[in-house]
Write a protein that binds this ligand. Structure first.
Ligand code: SF4
Ligand code: SF4
Length: 473
């Protein structure tokens, strides 16, 4: 039976409930009165149930769809303003014992170059990332208890936090590693990680079992219940995601929201972030083998509907998406993007020769971080390198209650400007710096509290004139 409070995967991601929801959405896709009712509820900015959101996703009334997009954009502005948080992935190792059929790191792939960074290599990679201007990383690793045991991950996190090169520092390390035990999650918590990220890949159990034919990841229940174990291990911020294109997007969308509802019901706090990767080409992977790819219009609608359904959850899009696609979904709800990314192991220090591909996927947006920052500012977004909440202990329910109270706007905005000023002073090209300083001068006036505005101005000046860094509210 469907039960969001249950700890069993098959009860909180309940197949019949998803199928009923999809049938209900299909039946009501032209029901203007119901869609109006749902949109009115969404305007209260308290979120929607998976059933309500599924109706919006299916809605085939053009005028209502336009209302939906406008609302998603407005909710995005209300909660996130025009700030976009920047991060980069760091691939530690592509050794993996799993058999995921859509990932080039799968065990049987003999053509990919297998690599694992030593602590010295990590130091070099992190210095390269700091020299680009990054402050927030997501570390990635395949599942391999022999090559990538938890001790290796913990040591790597320690190394990353320990590197202080010039004015650089990595201030938040998010971790994307395979589902593990409560004990290991506790170790990750103690190592000071930010968000624990684990993509479900697909919520459809039958497809999941076929797509993961071998290795520990084959265990659907263990994988699906991982976030419960992470939270039991004391990790407050968890990041969900599916790989769109593996199964039908309507099924994945509903499962994703049910997973968010489950976390909220059991732990009183929903996911910190939701990622929306789409399947893309890679070594040994041909996307044509997968029949469920979604086009750009549907992708944009999925983003808008998630934004409306879970207004307080950050949304992430990576460089899997092209510049054009990223531009479109930024308006509709995305609050975090990666920039200047390399998806190969060791790729920040030295670009790989073509014969030695170790990348997890082909990047669509290949611009440098400086180009991405400039592009965002040209569209009037404020690129933010802020990591303040995590470092001030504002995680989990403390973060969510602050976010829901709306007070976070007095933190996020000045923090974004101060971290952007750090970037401009230390790493930006002349043109980016010129644009950025004009943007900061304009945006600083929008800080609501007069007292915070005055402090922010003082800090901005100190950053620009000297080597003082890491101010935060
Ligand atoms: Fe390994 Fe993850 Fe790739 Fe699966 S998706 S093969 S677990 S790295
Ligand atoms: Fe994120 Fe907190 Fe910084 Fe706002 S103040 S951008 S919520 S880390």
């Amino acid at each position: 039976m469907y039960n969001p409070l249950s700890k069993k995967a098959e009860e909180f991601i309940h197949h019949e409930e998803i199928m009923d929801t999809l049938a209900y959405a299909e039946k009501n896709k032209s029901n203007a009165a119901l869609i109006d009712e749902i949109l009115n509820k969404a305007r209260e900015r308290k979120g929607l149930t998976h059933r309500e959101a599924a109706v919006l996703l299916d809605c085939d009334i053009e005028e209502k769809n336009q209302e939906m997009y406008a609302l998603a954009e407005q909710i995005k502005k209300d909660f996130y303003g025009n700030r976009i948080v920047i991060f980069a992935p760091l691939y530690l190792s592509n050794y993996c014992i799993n058999g995921c059929t859509y990932c080039p790191y799968h065990r049987k792939n003999k053509t990919i170059a297998r690599k694992k960074l030593s602590q010295k290599d990590i130091e070099r990679e992190v210095i390269a990332l700091q020299d680009m201007g990054h402050k927030r990383l997501a570390i990635e690793s395949g599942e391999d208890p022999k090559n990538n045991p938890i001790e290796y991950i913990l040591e790597s996190i320690d190394t990353i936090y320990g590197i202080k090169h010039k004015n650089g520092a990595i201030r938040r390390v998010n971790v994307n590693i395979a589902a593990t035990t409560v004990e290991n999650y506790r170790k990750l918590r103690d190592a000071g990680i930010g968000t624990y990220i684990l993509f479900q890949e697909t919520y459809h159990k039958e497809s999941y079992l076929q797509l993961h034919p071998t290795g520990p990841k084959h265990d659907y229940d263990y994988h699906t219940e991982a976030m419960d174990r992470a939270m039991a291990g004391g990790i407050d911020d968890v990041g969900l995601g599916v790989l769109f294109g593996l199964d039908k997007y309507r099924y994945e969308f509903t499962g994703l929201l049910m997973h968010a509802e489950h976390l909220e019901a059991v732990f009183g706090v929903g996911p910190h972030t939701i990622s929306v990767p789409r399947l893309c080409p890679a070594d040994d992977i041909d996307v044509a083998d997968f029949k469920n790819s979604l086009d750009d219009d549907i992708f944009a609608k999925v983003v808008a509907c998630i934004r409306i359904a879970v207004p307080y959850t950050g949304m992430i899009v990576s460089t899997r998406e092209s510049q054009k696609s990223r531009e479109r979904v930024l308006h509709l709800g995305i609050s975090q993007i990666s920039g200047g990314s390399r998806t190969s192991v060791g790729g920040y220090c030295e670009p790989e020769p073509a014969y030695e591909n170790s990348a997890q996927f082909d990047i669509s947006d290949t611009r440098t971080l400086d180009e991405v920052i400039r592009w965002l500012m040209e569209m009037d977004y404020i690129p933010s390198f802020c990591t303040a909440c995590y470092r001030e202990g504002r995680t989990g329910d403390r973060f969510m209650s602050l976010c829901k109270s709306g007070k976070i706007l007095n933190c996020c905005h000045p923090n974004a400007l101060m971290t952007l000023q750090e970037y401009l002073s230390d790493y930006a090209s002349e043109e980016t710096k010129r644009l950025g300083e004009a943007l900061i001068a304009k945006e600083v006036e929008h800080i609501p509290s007069a007292k915070i505005k005055e402090i922010a101005k003082r800090n901005l000046q100190a950053i620009a004139e000297g080597n003082q860094r890491d101010f935060r509210f």
